[in-house]
Design a protein around this ligand. Structure first.
Ligand code: ADP
Ligand code: MG
Length: 469
């Protein structure tokens, strides 16, 4: 099926059909209403969206889902990236996709597939390289918190394979690691369009590896990863405990490294701190350059907000920017989420919101997500994160491995759900002074223990990400 024959509208309808199954209904309608495929050019799928709000959500949250679905549908037509673009609704029905017609008729999907000449199945995996073209150096703000990581990434992008190999960027959730990783890939691709850039999340690497074993296509898997000129693997902490995947990663790493190919990795902690990671692997990973990203200071947060507004052709008053920058401190993703709310409001109301309106929006957004979180979710999260049973978390045993997570759970109930001390006491069958003591201890510890700060930001991210999704 040549590219000209592809009916973009049908492709998108099919994709929407698949996505609708995977997402909850309200989520789906909110984010995919009035979206469309504009063109596919140079292996980049240009997706039209109605406003900046949707643009950010789709590119941040659903980028991978959309990519995977489109790739599956387009099969033989290689795609390497998605580009989201705002389409002002001047041309209504022509480009708009009617959600009313969903879910799409399965027969149209089947016929689309039928037209495709049989392809080597392995081709499907060849295309999983997905660079997000919205993550580039030009819109990445540099501050003291990320200066080194940024400089190292630039150096790698300018001379792949010769400096800092591998480059490892580590840091907490939502601080810009993935953005930098894509920026390196996008830059190299812009300078050397022929270079094979392979981006994959660590989970994707692991899944593909298992799939390769099951389908006896290891040769193909090996070739795919070892042929890359630049290998970008996101979130390598997920290698933890996966022995087979680690082994394969080790060999891939060595093969690429010996051949002078560039490797860039990200992680939420230093490689040495990843549990159940083989020594020979962690020691090899730190051969090149290891650099961290910290939380940005308030000025940098304001600069990031200004940049995000500019990216979307929007403007906000300085005092509004400052309010947002002061309110959202530790996580840039959260900061951006708040900005999105405000920008969406601007667009809906066709106005520039005042400080007090923004205060309201922030308050509502915050309480809304918070309200949707339950104590059960917190308890589940903690037992999963610290790998202890529900019984032990709520039980009486005083071993440190139970007491600590218990206190963290109490802290979260207190500060995220505003539970009273006696209320928390009832959950754990403890009296309220024990609860107060526990919450207090975590509060103090949070001030001086970076490890706990890191865990906490992780936990909150999971909690709200889960609640919002
Ligand atoms: P991580 O991978 O560290 O969890 P991401 O790279 O996904 O974080 O960043 C979260 C969001 O914050 C992204 O939308 C990203 O564009 C934005 N962001 C992070 N750091 C910066 C920065 N320095 N300048 C501009 N945007 C940033
Ligand atoms: Mg990331």
């Amino acid at each position: 099926m040549s590219r000209q024959v592809i009916d973009l509208k049908t492709v998108w309808q099919t994709a929407l059909g698949d996505l609708e199954v995977a997402l909850s209904k309200p989520n789906f309608i909110t984010w995919f209403k009035d979206t469309t495929i504009l063109t596919i050019e140079d292996e980049i799928v240009h997706i039209g969206v109605p406003n900046s709000f949707v643009l950010t959500w789709l590119s941040n949250k659903f980028h991978k889902d959309i990519f995977v679905v489109l790739q599956k549908i387009l099969r033989e037509t290689p795609i390497r990236a998605l580009q989201f673009e705002i389409v002002r609704s001047a041309t209504p029905t022509a480009t708009k996709t009617k959600l009313g017609r969903l879910p799409i008729d399965l027969t149209s999907q089947a016929s689309l597939v039928d037209q495709t000449p049989s392809v080597d199945r392995s081709d499907a995996t060849r295309m999983t390289t997905s660079l997000n073209t919205n993550y580039i150096f030009e819109n990445f703000i540099v501050g003291t918190h990320n200066r080194l990581a940024h400089a190292a990434s630039l150096a790698v992008a300018a001379n792949p394979g010769s400096h800092h190999n591998p480059l490892v960027i580590y840091g907490g959730v939502g601080l810009g690691k993935t953005h930098l990783l894509h920026a390196v890939g996008n830059q190299i691709l812009a300078d050397h369009p022929k270079k094979r850039i392979l981006y994959a999340s660590c989970e994707q690497f692991a899944t593909e590896y298992v799939h390769a074993i099951q389908t006896r296509s290891m040769d193909h898997f090996k070739k795919r990863y070892r042929d890359a000129d630049v290998l970008l693997i996101d979130d390598i902490q997920f290698l933890s405990g996966k022995e087979g995947t680690q082994e394969e990663f080790f060999h891939t790493f060595n093969s690429l490294h010996q051949n002078g190919r560039q490797i860039v990795l990200t992680s939420d902690r230093t490689p040495q701190a990843i549990p159940e990671l083989e020594n020979r692997l962690s020691s090899r990973i730190i051969w090149g350059m290891v650099t961290d990203i910290k939380s940005p200071d308030v000025e940098t947060r304001a600069a990031i907000l200004t940049q995000k507004c500019r990216d979307r052709g929007q403007q906000l008053d300085q005092d509004v920017i400052e309010l947002l920058a002061k309110t959202f401190q530790s996580n840039i993703r959260e900061l951006e989420g708040a900005l999105n709310q405000v920008l969406a409001y601007c667009e809906l109301e066709a106005s520039v919101p005042t400080l007090s309106v923004v205060e309201d929006i922030i308050k509502n957004q915050y309480t809304e997500t918070r309200l949707s979180v339950t104590s059960d979710q917190i308890l589940k999260l903690i037992s999963g994160y610290y790998q202890i049973g529900h019984q032990d978390l709520l039980g009486k045993r005083r071993n440190k491995e139970f007491v600590y997570p218990r206190q963290i759970a109490m802290y979260l109930l207190r500060y995220e759900l505003s539970f009273s001390y006696p209320q928390i006491g009832r959950e754990f069958q403890k009296d309220h002074t024990t609860v107060m003591h526990g919450v207090d201890k975590i509060e103090k510890e949070l001030r001086k223990n970076p490890r706990l700060q890191h865990d906490m930001s992780h936990l909150k991210d999971r909690l709200y990400h889960h609640a919002a999704g």
